[in-house]
Every structure is written in structure tokens, then in C-alpha cells.
Ligand binder design. Structure first.
Ligand SMILES: [Zn+2]
Length: 192
């Protein structure tokens, strides 16, 4: 059912987490290096993420790396149901405080829904923080996963209806696994 998807990667960087904040956590894969190591890299990532690429509001690299560290830890906290570090929540709250929000009305599923919408102020780090807040409010932490390839550091949110997604990307880790288990089956048959 799963087919390799080029859309798992944009400009060579993984965008397969199903959420902006998770793609941000995935911006330093063990196998590929840190895509946000330089200001140019951070700008390239923002363009791939379809975020504001204006340099002025981008925040410095130290703040960018600090937010990524916080969200990586929060990913593990949500997955394991453990308490977050107060400093990680404080970092997010600081970014959220800088962001102007307004209520937004929407007719959905036969009822009138009220949601807080951001006017986009606060720059890309605030947008990433806001995406995490939306996730925390409306989504299922039980569907957060590590890629099943033990050598792969990528994580994702499983949006498959039956919740059985195992790989960051079929094209990257899924097919490698398929090839390997096929080889093992062939070896088992030829040695018997
Ligand atoms: Zn993987």
C-alpha cells in the first residue's frame, strides 16, 4: 500500500513527520548531518518548510537550535508520558507570548468551532511553537513514532488510519528493510 514518495524529502531534507514541528525536530538526521548548522542552511530549511524566509525575523541560530532541542525532548516526553523540563515549556511560552492570536470561527462537522488563529507575527520559530501547541491540544501522542530502522534517527506522527506506519519513509528505510528481508528469505531457502 505504501509507495515510495519523493514528497518525503524537499531539497534533500526530510519532510515526512506529518507536522511542521516534527519536521523541525528531524532537521538534523544522524545519517545526513545538521541542516541548520549555518544561517544559509536555516534559510534553506525555512524555504522548504514554506515558512517566512525573511532574514530579519528568523531568530538567531542559537535560539533555533535551542527550540529544536526543546521540541526533541518534548517529543520524547509526549511519547513516553513523562514530565517535560520546565525550561522547555518556558522556551515555548516565551515564543508564544510574542505571537498575536485571534479567535476564528468555522462551521465543521455540523457545529460552530472556535479556534485560536495566529496572525503570523513572531517569525518562523513562533510559527513552529504554535504548531506544537496545536498538536498538544488536538492530536494523539500515542501516534508519535521513531522510525523502525534502529540506525535511523527520524521521527514522525502516524496519520495512517490503522496506525501501523513503521518507517520514516518507504523510499529510504522501508525499502531497505524489504530488500534485506527478501535477501534473508532467499538465503534461508538456498541453504535449506
Ligand atoms: Zn528511517
Amino acid at each position: 500500500m505504501n509507495t515510495p514518495q519523493d514528497s518525503d524529502f524537499r531539497d534533500g531534507m526530510p519532510f515526512l513527520g506529518s507536522r511542521l514541528w516534527i519536521d523541525f525536530v528531524n532537521s538534523a538526521p544522524v545519517a545526513l548531518g545538521d541542516f541548520l548548522a549555518t544561517a544559509e542552511g536555516w534559510q534553506r530549511w525555512r524555504a522548504a518548510a514554506r515558512l517566512d524566509t525573511d532574514k530579519a525575523g528568523a531568530g538567531d541560530l542559537a535560539a533555533t537550535h535551542a527550540l529544536r532541542g526543546s521540541l526533541s525532548r518534548l517529543f520524547e516526553n509526549l511519547m513516553s508520558g513523562t514530565a517535560p523540563q520546565p525550561g522547555d515549556l518556558a522556551r515555548l511560552n516565551g515564543l508564544l507570548a510574542a505571537q498575536a492570536t485571534h479567535p476564528h470561527l468555522e462551521w465543521r462537522d455540523g457545529t460552530l468551532k472556535v479556534e485560536e488563529r495566529s496572525s503570523g507575527g513572531g517569525g518562523p520559530l513562533a510559527a513552529i511553537a504554535a504548531d506544537f501547541v496545536d498538536f498538544a491540544a488536538h492530536h494523539e501522542p500515542a501516534r508519535l513514532r521513531h522510525c523502525a530502522n534502529p540506525e535511523c534517527s527520524l521521527v514522525f506522527y502516524d496519520t495512517a488510519r490503522n496506525g501501523t506506519r513503521r518507517w520514516c519513509s518507504m523510499a529510504a528505510c522501508g525499502n531497505r528493510h524489504k530488500v534485506r528481508s527478501h535477501r534473508m528469505r532467499v538465503a534461508a531457502v538456498s541453504s535449506s
